[in-house]
Design a protein around this ligand. Structure first.
Ligand SMILES: [Zn+2]
Ligand SMILES: [Zn+2]
Length: 391
């Protein structure tokens, strides 16, 4: 096993300090001002060219190597926290009420900073590395905003890479997917409008509660009866709102929820079939159904050539048997997908250790595993040193 940055080395100790400081001061979408200032200051202190202001709090830094070559690759970390009240009691737990680094973006930021510091002192690589620290991964699409504001026009990388810690995957292990890693995530609201009336005389109106109740079941037929059994999709109705009295049939009911898919064709198919079903199902009962379907994050899909490179790089650090290439993708979503739509690349998982006892992502007891900081930073370094092969 090769590991460029050793456990308990000076750099590991520094990364742990940065990580715990970020953990203690979590900031959410587009408000990562303290975080961004710390990241920018550290990058400048390592000698990198630093650019701020993309997507409000985004920080981008460049570093050029000493060996011959002109390629440019992007490495991305996310910096934002979640709106969760942390329940941990350790000394570095959140100082900000209702906010928490519950997804390990503190660790992602620390690992990429560690890689930047290491590479600034070891310029034996070709081309330019673009370090991308993005805001607002959690639900607010900071990656999309950085792209819209010209990230890849200003920094025309040939490829872009991401990494997320993964509870349930052993510390010291990686997972690399050859295609989809994370799902597309869409949101919907369905309004079922009937005709309110006295609850004792339902025949005098059109009851939207009954229509909406049956529609929930009917919507499940899209995945079970319309999609090919070989395709993946989820339609989850997660909210139902309507009525406010025991003896009144309300005028309307709202159903809300989320759809998850891995491929654009299936995503479009679900959206179209939902629209058709909502309209005709409701009209069959004399009610009116309208669908507001909003596209969220696209699916995160790795380019196979880049995924193979990433798997080889990971294997060079931990050995082939610790790099899992047949893990099922996750139905969670990730806004790195917007970057992968603009540039080829790959997004991999680094094991964070057990997910038991509240150590899963978005759990109020979660904490990033500091033991894996050197491995994650080493992966970035090795990727920079090895990425010539796909340029
Ligand atoms: Zn998250
Ligand atoms: Zn995350």
């Amino acid at each position: 096993m090769t590991e460029l940055i050793a456990q308990e080395s000076e750099l590991h100790v520094l990364m742990r300090e940065w990580r715990r400081d970020l953990h203690a001061h979590p900031e959410t979408a587009f408000e990562e001002h303290r975080t961004a200032a710390k990241v920018a200051d550290l990058l400048r202190s390592f000698g990198l060219q630093v650019h701020t202001g993309l997507a409000e709090t985004g920080v981008v830094a460049t570093l050029t190597g000493n060996t011959a070559g002109t390629g440019m690759i992007g490495l991305r970390a996310d910096m934002d926290a979640l709106n969760i009240q942390e329940l941990n009691r350790f000394s570095h737990c959140s100082r900000h009420k209702g906010k928490m680094h519950g997804c390990g973006h503190d660790g992602h930021t620390a690992m990429l900073l560690g890689a930047a510091k290491y590479l600034a002192g070891h310029r034996d690589f070709a081309g330019t590395v673009v370090f991308i620290f993005q805001p607002a991964e959690e639900g607010k699409a900071g990656a999309r905003l950085m792209c819209e504001q010209g990230l890849f026009e200003q920094f025309p990388v040939d490829a872009v890479y991401g990494m997320h810690n993964w509870p349930g995957l052993g510390a010291g292990e990686f997972a690399v997917h050859q295609g989809p890693v994370m799902a597309a995530m869409d949101l919907f609201d369905i309004q079922v409008t009937g005709n309110g009336c006295h609850a004792g005389m339902p025949h005098m109106g059109v009851d939207p509660v009954v229509v909406a109740g049956q529609l929930i079941g009917a919507l499940q037929g899209i995945v079970s009866r319309n999609l090919s059994p070989l395709d993946s999709g989820v339609v989850s109705v997660t909210q139902m709102h309507g009525g406010d009295a025991y003896n009144v049939v309300p005028d309307s009911v709202t159903l809300s929820g989320t759809c998850r898919t891995f491929c654009e064709d299936v995503r479009t198919q679900i959206r179209q079939q939902m629209a058709t079903m909502v309209e005709h199902f409701c009209s069959g009962y004399g009610a009116t159904g309208t669908l507001d379907y909003r596209a969220g994050y696209p699916a995160t899909v790795n380019d196979p050539e880049h995924a193979t490179l990433c798997a080889d790089i990971a294997a060079s650090l931990v050995g082939n048997d610790k790099v899992h290439q047949n893990e099922a993708p996750s139905m969670g979503a990730e806004d790195f997908s917007f970057m992968l739509k603009e540039r080829p690349g790959a997004y991999i998982w680094i094991g964070n250790g057990s997910a038991e006892d509240g150590r899963g992502l978005h759990n109020p007891y979660y904490d990033f595993n500091d033991e894996i900081l050197p491995l994650g930073a080493s992966y970035w370094v090795a990727l920079v040193q090895g990425s010539q092969s796909v340029r």
